[in-house]
Design a protein around this ligand. Structure first.
Ligand SMILES: [Mn+2]
Length: 345
């Protein structure tokens, strides 16, 4: 990881020494559930983007744009300056490496942050980053669950590439983290061309780890016929207005551990044109700010308080070269600000 020239709004530089004092870097994380301090980490992966690329520049652009925002949110009545926020820069990816090697670097970096007691707040990069990031936090959680008693699903994370998912139980006793997926695209193809690993297959791969019944999708308005047929009978496609859909899913997932991934192309392209596969007919930025505020509030309650345990959040597919107006990274930065403020309320 390198430091980068600019940090996210109000963040201090992350360092190997920074962390939750209760966490032990070598062993399993503490079982007591107190709010994890957030840590920004850039994941500038740009390997499999199909239509138009540029996502490698996403993390730097979102950081730079964040400084156009105030730290105070009038909508939420909270201030980012009231919390300690670390920015660990970007994972040092190298295009001369294999894709598998790059994904392994991402997984190791996210696992390290998570083990040290942080809430990983990840900025992509293309959507494929969600696979190693989900695997990282889920594998730590399953280790913790396994220290209490052996549970089904604990073996899922032993092998790279994953094992086909057993029938999901999708209940509070299921230790596998729930995935909330906000996107215009289902990303559920089994293959994209010859590729098993692609930003168009990433949620299918995560569903194999998580169990499809633990996947909730929001805002989906694009997918192949076969893909959507598979979605309808396997994952939870949550329709309707985005905020209401989110509230309904939070009721269903109350008490669970949740990983949230948000593709910026869930927004209508008029609000966020800087992305590789824009899909007309999406929600406004204001709606998405309300969604992440709702998620943040549920996370501040915690699983024990009737909300959720938020394990990690990623925001992907921002492609700055595709938006000369520069509004897409500003919207992305504000999504992160609203989430972080709501979560700490
Ligand atoms: Mn998408």
């Amino acid at each position: 990881m390198n430091g980068g020239t600019r940090l996210f709004l109000h963040a201090r530089p992350g360092s190997p020494a920074a962390g939750d004092p209760a966490a032990s870097p070598g062993g399993p994380p503490p079982r007591t559930r107190r709010p994890r301090p957030p840590a920004i980490l850039g994941l500038p992966l740009d390997r499999t983007t199909s239509y138009r690329s540029g996502t490698a520049l996403g993390p730097a652009a979102v950081r730079a744009a964040s400084w156009s925002l105030e730290t105070f949110s009038p909508f939420l009545g909270g201030d980012l300056a009231d919390q300690v926020l670390h920015d660990f820069g970007d994972v040092a990816l190298d295009e001369t490496l294999s894709l598998d090697a790059e994904l392994a670097l991402i997984e190791a970096a996210v696992r390290d942050l998570y083990r040290r007691g942080f809430l990983p707040v990840l900025i992509g990069g293309e959507h494929l980053v969600t696979l190693p990031a989900y695997r990282a936090v889920a594998s730590v959680e399953l280790e913790v669950a396994a220290t209490v008693e052996p549970r089904p699903g604990a073996a899922f994370f032993g092998e790279a590439g994953g094992t086909p998912a057993a029938p999901a139980t999708s209940g509070v006793g299921d230790p596998r983290p729930v995935l909330f997926h906000y996107d215009a695209h289902a990303d559920l193809r089994d293959r994209y061309g010859d590729l098993r690993l692609s930003h168009a297959t990433v949620i299918r791969r995560v569903a194999e780890l998580a169990g499809a019944r633990n996947v909730y999708q929001f805002g989906i308005r694009s997918g192949e016929r076969e893909e959507m047929r598979w979605a309808a009978s396997n994952v939870n496609l949550v329709g309707g207005p985005l905020v209401e859909a989110t509230r309904a899913a939070l009721r269903a997932a109350a008490g669970r551990k949740v990983y949230v991934t948000l593709d910026i192309d869930i927004l209508d392209p008029s609000h966020a044109p800087g992305t590789g596969s824009p899909e007309p007919g999406g929600p406004t930025a204001a709606e998405v700010f309300e969604v992440v505020a709702t998620l943040g509030s549920a996370a501040s309650l915690g699983a024990a308080g009737g909300g959720i345990d938020l394990l990690a959040f990623d925001l992907v597919e921002v492609s700055p070269p595709l938006d000369p107006s520069g509004r897409t990274p500003v919207v992305a930065a504000k999504i992160l600000r609203e989430l972080l403020i709501a979560r700490s309320a």
